[in-house]
Design a protein around this ligand. Structure first.
Ligand code: PMP
Length: 392
């Protein structure tokens, strides 16, 4: 059918530049190894930090929920789609995050969009870190609020933005807790201090910190002992929690407001029973099996050090997300392809996901990886890195 030639031109250009990608299909369950094109490879691309996607307790909870409650809910939350298990999960999340209340959205993406688009008007301003996640950027685009972007983790620039915006009714500072492409942690104590000095709200997207940082994986706010001083904590249920969804943990006032005004919450069907039941079980696993988080950090240290010893440029990463910078866009994809050929799945990430010239292969270790698997992965990185001239 004719009509999309104008899009095809752009795709053709990507093919010429070597940045056109096809989706990689996994033919097994998610785990430390996965099957791709019929071959078992070491998985270093997932956000399944604790291996919960296949945890027996989560699987059992999901199966039981399907048997008892069926496959779907048949409605949005505000009409007929709130089941008692949704309430149970939200109470559990609020307790876990040490907040008054919590509200679950369909994804982390819609959580950021939903909250930012609903709580700000043209009387307000949002002040956002330059490397915040796309869902924060899109949420900001949907508000009528003024916006200021401060240089990545630059506290002088943030203070300047706060000084320049004193005329607004409300100011909200938004930051990722852990930055998804670089793996560095936001300087939350300084952000909170500045927010308190200038009377601004703080919102933290802890997608990559929930289940990873803080006591039992409570996130960056708890990691920095800032409980009660951050107004909005966003979490995902799709990464370390191993299932699907996102949530806000905050005050009862904000949760009540979002129930009335959060558009993805209002206008999209609620999570099916299997998803909700597995998330409830996952929070219990976080509380009862802290050894998973210990193993995750053990593996993180071992693998990061291994990459650095080999001579790879890993930037400012402090978490299980470790990027390997290679520079050129097409080199990142070539590197990723070669790694896959030799038995490691680690995705190349290039513009527009990251700035031009900052292309990388991003690795994420999990608690499921064995030492043998990580050692083997390091050997493969060394071999592929040398062949492509990334390592001397
Ligand atoms: N925030 C950040 C920082 C993320 O990395 C992601 C996932 N890519 C999201 C939000 C969105 O979460 P979800 O996948 O649950 O929609």
């Amino acid at each position: 059918m004719k009509g999309f030639e104008y899009l095809q031109e752009e795709l053709d250009q990507m093919k010429e530049e070597g940045t056109f990608r096809t989706l990689v299909s996994i033919e097994s369950e998610q785990g430390s190894k996965v099957v791709i094109n019929g071959k078992e490879v070491i998985q270093l691309s997932s956000n399944n930090y604790l291996g919960l996607t296949t945890h027996p307790r989560l699987k059992q909870a999901a199966l039981q929920a399907v048997n008892e409650y069926g496959a779907g809910t048949g409605s949005v939350r505000t009409i007929a789609g709130t089941f008692s298990m949704h309430d149970e999960l939200e109470k559990k999340l609020a307790k876990f995050k040490h907040t008054e209340a919590a509200l679950v959205f369909q994804s982390g993406f819609t959580t950021n969009q939903g909250v930012l688009s609903s709580i700000l008007t043209n009387q307000d301003v949002v002040i956002s870190d330059a490397l915040n996640h796309a869902s924060i950027i899109d949420g900001i685009r949907l508000t009528k609020a003024a916006r200021k972007v401060y240089k990545h983790v630059d506290m002088n620039d943030l203070e300047k933005a706060l000084q320049e915006t004193q005329q607004y009714r409300k100011r909200i500072i938004v930051t990722d807790g852990v930055f998804s492409m670089d793996g560095n942690i936001a300087p939350l104590p300084q952000i909170v201090e500045l927010a308190e000095k200038y009377d601004a709200l703080v919102m933290v997207d802890d997608a990559h910190a929930s289940g990873v940082l803080g006591e039992n994986g409570r996130g960056t706010v708890n990691h920095f002992n800032l409980d009660g001083r951050v107004h909005i904590q966003v979490g995902t249920l799709s990464k370390a929690v191993g299932v699907l969804g996102g949530y806000i943990a905050s005050t009862q006032t904000l949760i009540d407001y979002l129930i009335h005004k959060g558009r993805p919450f209002l206008f999209s069907t609620s999570h099916p029973p299997a998803v909700t039941a597995a998330c409830i079980e996952a929070v219990d696993v976080l509380l009862e099996e802290p050894e998973l988080i210990e193993k995750l950090w053990d593996n993180t240290e071992f693998f990061k050090e291994g990459l650095q010893k080999l001579g790879f440029q890993t930037g400012t990463s402090e978490t299980p997300i470790t990027p390997i910078f290679v520079g050129g866009e097409s080199l990142a994809h070539q590197f990723s392809d070669k790694l896959l050929e030799y038995g490691v799945f680690a995705q190349g990430i290039a513009f527009p996901t990251v700035e031009r010239g900052k292309a990388r292969v991003r690795t994420i270790v999990t608690a499921q990886h064995s030492r043998d698997e990580l050692e083997k992965a390091l050997e493969i990185f060394e071999k592929a890195g040398k062949e492509l001239g990334i390592l001397r």
